[in-house]
Write a protein that binds this ligand. Structure first.
Ligand SMILES: Nc1ncnc2c1ncn2[C@@H]1O[C@H](COP(=O)(O)OP(=O)(O)O)[C@@H](O)[C@H]1O
Ligand SMILES: [Mg+2]
Length: 154
C-alpha cells in the first residue's frame, strides 16, 4: 500500500496581517510544481492569504487583487506564480476555456481560490487550505498537505 504522509495544522488568525504571515510561511515552503487550493466563503481571507504567499515569492502584495474578473493572473517570478480565482466559474468545461490546466502541475507554483470548484479535477497532491470566519476578525485556517515529499516545517 502506498504510504502517505498527511500533515494537518490548524491556525487561528486574529487579523489580516496574521493571515498574510501564515500565507508567507506557507509560501516559503512551496516548491516548483506545487498547487495550493484555498477553500472558504467570500470574505474568509483567501485573497489576503494569497498576498502573503506571493510576498514569499518576491511579488509585491499590492499586485495581488481579488481577481474575480481576471480569473488567472500569472506573475513573472522565479518560479512563475499563478493566482487563479474560480469564483465566476460555473461548469467544469469553463476551466479548459480559461486555460486552467496550463497553470497546474508544470514548473510553476499556483494557488486556486474557490478550489471547491475544481475539486473533482484537482491534482491529488494539492495542498488544501480551509479558511473559516469565526468572528469579525478571527479566522480559523487549516492547512492540509498529503504530499509524499517532506515538508516537515509546515
Ligand atoms: N483574520 C483575518 N484574515 C483575513 N482577512 C480578514 C481577517 N479579519 C478581517 N479580515 C477582512 O476580511 C476580508 C477578507 O477579504 P478577502 O481576503 O478578499 O477574502 P476572500 O478572498 O476569501 O473573499 C478583508 O476585508 C479583510 O480585511
Ligand atoms: Mg478572493
Amino acid at each position: 500500500m502506498l504510504k502517505r504522509r498527511i500533515l494537518k495544522k490548524i491556525y487561528t488568525s486574529k487579523g489580516p496581517d496574521e493571515t498574510k504571515d501564515i500565507g508567507y510561511r506557507l509560501g516559503k515552503m512551496l516548491k516548483p510544481g506545487d498547487v495550493v487550493g484555498l477553500y472558504g466563503e467570500l470574505g474568509s481571507g483567501k485573497t489576503t492569504m494569497v498576498k502573503g504567499i506571493a510576498r514569499a515569492l518576491g511579488i509585491e502584495e499590492k499586485e495581488v487583487m481579488s481577481a474575480s474578473f481576471t480569473i488567472i493572473t500569472e506573475y513573472d517570478s522565479n518560479p512563475p506564480f499563478s493566482h487563479i480565482d474560480l469564483y465566476r466559474i460555473e461548469k467544469d468545461f469553463e476551466l479548459d476555456e480559461v486555460g486552467f490546466w496550463e497553470h497546474i502541475g508544470g514548473s510553476g507554483i499556483s494557488v486556486i481560490e474557490w478550489a471547491e470548484k475544481a475539486e473533482r479535477m484537482a491534482p491529488e497532491d494539492m495542498i488544501k487550505v480551509r479558511l473559516k470566519s469565526i468572528g469579525e476578525e478571527i479566522r480559523e485556517i487549516t492547512i492540509e498537505d498529503e504530499n509524499e515529499k517532506s515538508r516537515d516545517n509546515l
